[in-house]
Design a binder for this molecule. Structure first.
Ligand code: AHM
Ligand code: MG
Length: 336
């Protein structure tokens, strides 16, 4: 007889999932627990950002040549700290770190996984109280256990991710993660300090009415992309256009909304930046994995994001992601 157990926490859920795999060691559950813990700490700071002197610039420029915000640094240190001290992660890559960090110690060298993350995406929105997020990607190591992780462990094709997820620090705080088994969302219940299962088995609607793109760059996009954006604004479309334009400028929020409601998010290449702005390994790959597991599609305009062979930790790629039918419509413009 099925028993209604009421609230299911993130830990309970991952442990239950693990039971379906008799050979599972629990390391992935441990990794997700560590990420959840760091997210809760970051959440506390994000929520009091207006109260304490943590807002504003840290005063340095990161490897991407962008201003670093204090909360970016805090978030980076939290995620790096819990993963370093946990037992599941052999090393990390982060948007805020010039190079990979390999946790070369006895325990970490035995760990099966490596993790790449953007500790606080959309950080230019921190000062104005707009939702921001953390994005993460997990690979199983290809290097030999017992030895330090290597660059090859991180530079794997996106299809090899074993898990990926994001945390959105919004009107409520949510952690959404995907494995090959599906996508599940957990909302932080502040009264008990636990992420609890609120969005089981998320599916991205096949069609949607929202398109998200930075219109300010319109004249820098390729003609086919411009034509598609034009079409999004036209009436009498077979699929019920015109669409609604929504662009927060915080990808976690934009893609989260489109995942739940149906829609398309685009960050195309521009004449100035042919590869766009977003980073493959810790921004596009994880979202591509999540949205594809939920039934959507993610490409660079030519091939699946998850098929791109990475060569550099911080490489960028044009990014198109969303509901299946909308992505197919976009493709009909791009590929003629
Ligand atoms: P960040 O990692 O420096 O925060 O930049 C990524 C963010 C995304 O969240 C968002 O979609 C995009 O930058 C917005 O960029 P733009 O202002 O060029 O549209
Ligand atoms: Mg980012």
């Amino acid at each position: 007889m099925a028993i209604d157990r009421g609230i299911q926490t993130l830990d309970e859920f991952t442990i239950q999932q693990m039971r379906n795999f008799p050979k599972a060691t629990g390391e992935l559950s441990g990794l997700l627990r560590d990420i959840g813990l760091a997210a809760k700490r970051v959440n506390v700071e994000v929520n009091k950002a207006g109260l304490v002197d943590i807002l504003g610039d840290y005063g340095s420029i990161n490897v991407q040549g962008e201003e670093v915000k204090k909360l970016d640094v805090f978030a980076n240190n939290q995620f790096m700290g819990v993963l370093r001290h946990g037992i599941s992660c052999a090393g990390i890559g982060s948007e805020e770190l010039d190079d990979l960090v390999i946790f070369d110690d006895e325990i970490s060298n035995q760990s099966k996984y490596v993790c790449l993350f953007d500790p606080l995406d959309g950080s230019s929105n921190i000062d104005v109280n707009v939702s921001i997020g953390t994005i993460f990607s997990v690979f199983r190591r290809v290097s030999e256990l017992g030895k330090p992780a290597t660059r090859e462990d991180f530079l794997q094709v996106g299809n090899k991710q074993v898990a990926a997820g994001y945390v959105i620090y919004g009107s409520s705080t949510m952690l959404v993660y995907a494995t090959r088994r599906g996508v599940n969302g957990f909302t932080l219940d502040p009264s008990i300090g636990e992420f609890t299962l609120s969005h089981p088995d998320i599916k991205c609607p096949e069609s949607g009415k929202i398109y998200s793109v930075n219109h300010g760059n319109f004249f820098q996009y390729d003609k086919p992309v411009q034509n598609y954006i034009d079409a999004c604004q036209k009436k009498n479309k077979s699929n019920g256009g015109p669409y609604t334009q929504r662009y927060i400028g915080s990808m976690v929020s934009d893609v989260h909304r489109n995942l739940i409601k149906g829609g398309i998010f685009m960050y195309p290449g521009t004449t100035d930046k042919p590869n766009g702005k977003l980073r493959l390994l810790y921004e596009c790959n994880p979202f591509a994995f999540i949205v594809e597991r939920a039934g959507g599609i993610a490409t660079n305009g030519k091939i699946s994001i998850l098929d791109i062979e990475p060569t550099q930790v911080h490489q960028r790629t044009p990014f198109f992601i969303g509901s299946k039918n909308m992505m197919e419509e976009l493709n009909s413009f791009i590929q003629g």
